[in-house]
Write a new protein. Structure first.
Length: 183
């Protein structure tokens, strides 16, 4: 089993619109590996998660992008959901927070629509990655090579970037993300 003991992983989510399973499954994987997941958002309080288009559960925010930065964490998870990354990419502090993990060489794991935040942060140029299929043109236009794979691990940049397409890929995504955070 991969050991994340002593490591704190940020999960960046907008106040609403995060695909719940793309938050909860990687969260559990980090905990099971001995790591500490922390929910980071653009606002304090609670986020509203979704199960596709239906409201899911709410989750308590541990930290905000105003008060924390990449130096406070060992890695970053960007869950999807259509609205979540679309909201995050309009928030300069969230974009800056995300870019900071690349600048610091820290691992990032992103799934489904989550790469929209990476496109806005201008950190996908020269990277090979996957996503929900509707993002492939956005990623290519931002300089990435898009592949249709369950999980893609890319070390062609300042950090390890783990990406997956959709909830069906969560088992492979969680395993690759935890391994990246343990490095």
């Amino acid at each position: 089993m991969t050991d994340l003991n002593g490591k704190t992983i940020a999960f960046l989510a907008a106040p609403e619109g995060t695909e719940q399973v793309e938050l909860t499954e990687p969260w559990k994987a980090v905990q099971q590996a001995g790591g500490t997941p922390r929910l980071v958002s653009t606002e304090s309080g609670r986020i509203q998660a979704f199960n596709h288009l239906d409201k899911g559960d709410t989750f308590e925010v541990d930290a905000t992008v105003e008060d924390n930065g990449p130096a406070d964490f060992d890695g970053l998870v960007l869950p999807g959901g259509v609205a979540n990354p679309d909201l995050l990419r309009t928030q300069p502090k969230a974009v800056e927070f995300t870019r900071g993990f690349f600048d610091a060489g820290k691992p990032v794991a992103v799934i489904c629509h989550g790469p929209w935040t990476l496109v806005e942060a201008d950190v996908v140029r020269g990277r090979t990655m996957t996503s929900w299929p509707s993002l492939q043109t956005d990623l290519r236009n931002a300089g990435a090579t898009w592949v249709d794979e369950e999980v893609q691990i890319c070390d062609d940049g300042p950090n390890r970037l783990v990406s997956s397409r959709k909830p069906d890929d969560l088992k492979a995504f969680c395993q690759a993300a935890v391994e990246a955070f343990a490095r």
